[in-house]
Design a protein around this ligand. Structure first.
Ligand SMILES: C[S@@+](CC[C@H](N)C(=O)[O-])C[C@H]1O[C@@H](n2cnc3c(N)ncnc32)[C@H](O)[C@@H]1O
Length: 320
């Protein structure tokens, strides 16, 4: 498993430079143009969106989607000057087709998803995403959603907890960790959880990543239903593209990348009949071509300047 950075952008507030991951590659592959229609499905603080709007000026249009209301508010300030050309939408990108319809966007020229958390989310302790900052066990990207990490940590039966830590964190010590969590209940904050997890795995492992990394990743993915949303997003986004339109997705860990690779691969394959069949019986058509066979990685220069970008992988497909 590729180690997961907890976030991918530098915060825009506090005067810090907001640096979207793999920005030049995203622009190179999406090729924004004036008059084009674009969706940034993971708006965050609006770094990629702003570059798409700049490149597609004076007439390119963009919908920015995020399920985090506070990020949307901040992005709205960043994108203020493009007001006439931007619509911002609070929602889950799994529903990208409904969202595009709602804003009367027809076929799109480019759609981007830069998965995971923003630095703003990670660095806001009260959101509970970080095992290095004291905060409540929340981890919801959308604070309107009912399920929090506290509910999972304190109420789920031990086998279910172990299963999700294993599936969504690829954590080999999942059963030991689940047992330790159940013994330590109730747990209310991030640092106590990180301590319990660290104690459960510490003596057995030498690793470059913090012992709680995989458990926090698993809880976050589960609480936000991230993988299901991603599957739905890829299938819907492809349908929204016009011929020649492109979908670009940046993923940060192997669970995400596997879904992106598998979904785009099967859309690029079309017919799935066994080779011995004389004629096609499945009727599936190729919907996309893969613009790059292998995922694109950030440059060495970018990973030195922004170590959190090191596990980013960009995949791009073009609608046929
Ligand atoms: C890595 S950040 C994006 C940063 C952005 N590209 C920028 O330049 O500022 C990912 C964002 O996607 C949002 N997000 C993650 N999953 C989502 C989903 N299923 N639907 C909508 N937004 C989502 C998160 O709330 C977060 O703000």
């Amino acid at each position: 498993m590729v180690s997961t950075p907890q976030a991918t952008t530098s915060p825009g507030e506090a005067g810090g430079l907001h640096r979207p991951v793999m920005l030049s590659q995203v622009i190179e592959y999406l090729r924004p143009q004036s008059g084009g229609v674009y969706i940034d499905a993971t708006l965050g603080l609006g770094g990629h969106a702003r570059a798409i709007l700049e490149e597609s000026s004076p007439e390119g249009k963009l919908i920015g989607i995020d399920r985090d209301r506070e990020s949307l508010r901040r992005a709205a300030r960043e994108l203020d000057r493009y007001e006439r050309r931007v619509e911002l939408h609070h929602g889950n990108f799994a529903r990208v087709k409904d969202i595009a319809r709602r804003w009367r966007f027809g076929a799109c020229d480019g759609i981007l998803a830069d998965l995971g958390l923003s630095s703003f989310q990670l660095e806001t302790a009260e959101r509970g995403f970080s095992f290095q900052r004291s905060g409540p066990l929340d981890m919801r990207m959308d604070t309107d959603a009912p399920l929090t990490a506290a509910e999972v940590v304190n109420r789920f039966p031990e086998p279910k907890l172990a299963g999700l830590i294993y599936s969504y964190g690829e954590e080999p010590g999942s059963r030991r960790i689940a047992r330790a969590i159940v013994r330590a209940r109730p747990l209310h904050d991030t640092l106590s959880l990180a301590e319990v997890v660290s104690r459960a795995v510490r003596s057995r492992r030498r690793s470059k990543i913090h012992p709680a990394t995989r458990t926090f990743q698993a809880l976050r993915i589960f609480v936000n239903g991230e993988l299901e949303a991603l599957r739905q997003f890829v299938a819907s986004a492809i349908e929204l593209l016009r011929e020649g339109g492109r979908l670009a997705i940046i993923s940060f860990h192997s669970l995400e990348d596997r879904i992106v690779k598998g979904s785009l691969g099967s859309l690029a394959r079309g017919c799935i009949c066994p080779p011995e069949m004389p004629v096609c019986a499945c009727g599936r058509k190729k919907l996309v071509k893969l613009v790059c066979r292998k995922p694109v990685s950030p440059t060495e220069e970018e990973t030195i300047g922004n170590p959190r970008s090191r596990s980013a992988r960009l995949r791009v497909a073009e609608r046929l």
